[in-house]
Structures are given as structure tokens and as C-alpha cells.
Design a protein around this ligand. Structure first.
Ligand SMILES: [Zn+2]
Length: 110
């Protein structure tokens, strides 16, 4: 990978991290309790609880992705970024561009 390509991937990762952090800050479940029955009725309360569950699941995925992306940045700093964790061959640039937190190459992923 050329330094330019590496810089490009880093900018993708930085943008994605910023995006996730904004999204996580916006819908903090603690700040949005489920509304009481009175106003919206039993069924819609169930709906909103379900929506909250989905929201929590999405946040878990986002936190995981955030963790992976930060690990990717660490690997960049150490110079080990883009090397397959299994077979140690370089991971294709196209794969990293599409999935910047990839730790294994396409052959090992199959
Ligand atoms: Zn591999």
C-alpha cells in the first residue's frame, strides 16, 4: 500500500469514527426514557419499547465498530495495518477501502 492509499483509508476511518460518535451522542438511551402509558396507549408504548430495544442493539453494533476502527488506527501507527492476521499477506486495498477495519484478507475470510 502506498502512503497516499494509507492516508486515504485513514481519512475514511476518521470520518466513520466521527459519524458514529455523533450518532451515539445524539441518541443516548438514558436521555430518552420510554414515555408513560397515559399519553400514547399500551400498544404504542410496546412499540416504543421495541424501538428502544432496536436502538440499543444498533448502539452496541456502533460501539463495536468504533472499537474496531480505533484498533485499525492503532495498527496504522504501529505499521502493521493491512496485513492479514492469519496468513500475514497484505490485505487488498479495495477490501480495506470497503471495510477499513478488516483484519484478515479475502482468502482467509472465505
Ligand atoms: Zn489471509
Amino acid at each position: 500500500m502506498t502512503p497516499d492509499q494509507l492516508a486515504h483509508i485513514r481519512s475514511i476511518i476518521d470520518a466513520r469514527i466521527a459519524e458514529i460518535e455523533t450518532s451515539l451522542a445524539e441518541d443516548d438511551p438514558e436521555s430518552k426514557p420510554v414515555a408513560p402509558d397515559v399519553a400514547i396507549g399500551r400498544l404504542s408504548r410496546l412499540d416504543s419499547m421495541q424501538a428502544q430495544q432496536m436502538n440499543l442493539a444498533q448502539q452496541r453494533r456502533q460501539r463495536e465498530e468504533l472499537e474496531h476502527l480505533k484498533n485499525a488506527l492503532e495498527r496504522m501507527d504501529k505499521g502493521s495495518y493491512g496485513t492479514c492476521a492469519y496468513c500475514l499477506s497484505p490485505i487488498a486495498y479495495e477490501r480495506l477501502e470497503a471495510m477499513p477495519d478488516a483484519v484478515i484478507c479475502i482468502s482467509c475470510a472465505r
